[in-house]
Design a protein around this ligand. Structure first.
Ligand code: N01
Length: 527
């Protein structure tokens, strides 16, 4: 393909953390890139998820870009865990600071993309635009295709999905609110909604494990320490298992006494956050070890919730702790001590239908004014398959992934040349600090494009088969596949049950990707 014969060198889909950094990197190496973004602003996940109480469950200092020293020096987070508005302000700042907006087209949803002879991607948008580029990079996010259950009946009041929350906000003061779903979004929003609503009815299908955030103002000494040592600290994050500081304890939970175990869990519970999972090395490998952590959390739930019958309903019991994303909350369990919060257990009385004035379960009607769907996302594959992507010979990605996603390193899928998927299925992605994984993928893709110098690249189907097998094999050694989780696609009716992310850890994965590149892009086919 002669240079200059396409509209752009690269089209990037999405202007969240991944798309913004990808654009910045490509510009830096002299490539022309265009970002197409469905939202009315930059931010991706953080543009859409504006529900009450939305904040990150990864600490602010770690959930931020590392690529620019100046950016890191000049930005100061206000809280240990940033709120959605603060993260959005950060991303707006990044877009301005690096002059990214002139190459971003907002309110533009990509509907189709096809690999056309003689070697370019042609992208179509919902506005009827057709744009071409030699390379296509998806930065569509892993949790951006909202899952809205189809419930029979109809409700006359307003309803909102947490991941599509109106930018102008929703006034829930004095309203009777139904919250359907008790994953991270529900668990974060319920205590906050309860503060102003007249009544909150929580519709719970599956109880989840949640650990306290222990949020608070970011201490200046922590900020200064992070800034002063950021080279070393960022290096530690990149080479760690999850891209997070979890102070992993190398001991088995079963090799210590009950008292020692209790002390370790208690210390981490008091400190707050996802580091709870680092308490022992075998929590995600041994059922028996996992049970000790799960029992500890169940004990905390019983101790917090005053009504023992309600506490019982909140006890997670159908999956190992951590096999579904552990939630991080502020006052979630205590919210059930309020007289204006009711728990409706859908295991005993499922939702039958929506009525004009509420939600009817098998046992009664719950009158509400507003419904909040905290029902999650068609994760990882959903945002990609929402686009009609066609590769060589018209091969459809939807067709190829019918039985589950297949990719080499989560970066490319064979038969779709020059298409790169940032944090795609088959990479650590959602099991890690997303920013660490995004930066690793962006850097790898940018370097790869630089070395390709305009030539085409595709995944070798044999390398892809071997990678898919390896991803499955490693997942099979852990407790992850034991849950009906969105990691497994189990939350979407009809979606194939395949454990999608790579469990081996971000440090290991980074080394694999670096070695592949160093060996002349082993497992990839070039023009
Ligand atoms: O979604 P979820 P989420 N009827 O899929 C229930 C990230 N995140 O938006 O478990 C009734 O976890 C469903 O029930 P069940 C984070 O990675 C991060 O909360 O399928 N209920 C479940 O309880 C997280 O894991 C942050 O039985 C229905 C809930 O809805 C991921 O996003 C904040 C239902 C969905 O939980 C997704 O979290 C928010 C139905 N028909 C999100 N369908 C932070 O950084 C579904 N449910 C803090």
């Amino acid at each position: 393909m002669p240079p200059g014969s396409t509209d752009h060198d690269v089209i990037i889909i999405g202007a969240g953390f991944a798309g913004l950094y990808m654009l910045h990197r490509l510009r830096g190496q002299g490539l022309s890139a265009r970002v197409l973004e469905a939202g009315g602003g930059v931010g991706g996940t953080w543009y859409w998820n504006r529900y009450p109480g939305a904040r990150c469950d990864v600490e602010s200092l770690q959930y931020s870009y590392s690529f620019a020293e100046d950016l890191q020096r000049e930005w100061t987070w206000t809280e240990r865990y940033a709120t959605q508005p603060e993260i959005l302000r950060y991303l707006d700042h990044v877009a301005d600071r690096f002059d990214l907006r002139r190459d971003i087209e907002l309110n533009t949803r990509v509907t189709a993309a096809s690999w056309d002879a003689p070697g370019a991607w042609v992208v179509e948008t919902d506005g009827g635009e057709r744009l071409s580029a030699r390379y296509l990079v998806t930065a569509v996010g892993c949790l951006s295709a909202a899952n809205l259950p189809r419930l029979p009946g109809s409700f006359r009041g307003p309803s909102y999905h947490t991941g599509r929350w109106p930018a102008e906000g929703v006034d829930l003061a004095g309203r009777r609110v139904a919250v359907i779903g008790t994953g991270s979004s529900g668990i974060q929003s319920i205590p906050v909604i309860a503060e102003s609503a007249e009544h909150v009815t929580v519709f719970q299908r599956t109880p989840n494990f949640s650990v306290p955030a222990r949020n608070g103002p970011l201490r200046p000494e922590d900020d200064q320490w992070f800034k002063a040592n950021h080279h070393e600290l960022r290096h530690q994050l990149r080479t760690s298992h999850s891209g997070l500081f979890t102070s992993p304890n190398p001991d088995s939970a079963l090799a210590v006494t009950e008292e020692e175990r209790g002390r370790e869990f208690e210390a981490r519970w008091e400190r707050g956050g996802l580091a709870f999972l680092g308490a022992f090395s075998d929590l995600m490998i041994s059922e028996e070890a996992n049970r000790t952590a799960a029992d500890f959390v169940r004990g905390k739930i019983r101790a917090t919730v005053r009504d023992p019958a309600v506490a019982d309903l909140l006890l997670p019991g159908d999956h190992p702790l951590g096999s579904k994303r552990v939630c991080v909350d502020t006052g979630y369990y205590a919210a059930y001590n309020r007289p204006d919060v009711t728990l409706a257990d859908l295991r005993t009385a499922p939702i039958r239908e929506l009525t004009p004035g509420g939600v009817r379960t098998a046992d009664r009607e719950h009158p509400v004014d507003v419904i909040v769907y905290a029902t999650g996302f068609d994760a990882m594959t959903g945002p990609l398959l929402a686009i009609d992507i066609r590769g060589k010979g018209g091969l459809s990605l939807r067709e190829k992934w019918r039985a589950g996603p297949r990719s080499y390193l989560g970066l490319m899928s064979a038969g779709f040349p020059n298409l790169f998927t940032i944090t795609g299925p088959g990479s650590p992605s959602v099991l890690s600090n997303m920013i660490v994984s995004i930066e690793q993928h962006v850097d790898w893709i940018a370097e790869c494009l630089d070395r390709l110098g305009g030539r085409a690249l595709d995944a070798d189907p044999l390398a892809e088969d071997a990678w898919v097998e390896q991803v499955n094999e490693i997942a099979g050694l852990t407790l992850f596949p034991r849950a009906n989780s969105w990691y497994m696609g189990a939350n979407i009716p009809g979606k194939p049950r395949v454990f999608m992310p790579f469990v081996g850890g971000v440090g290991v994965y980074r080394d694999i990707c670096a070695e592949v590149a160093a060996n002349g892009y082993q497992g990839f086919l070039r023009d």
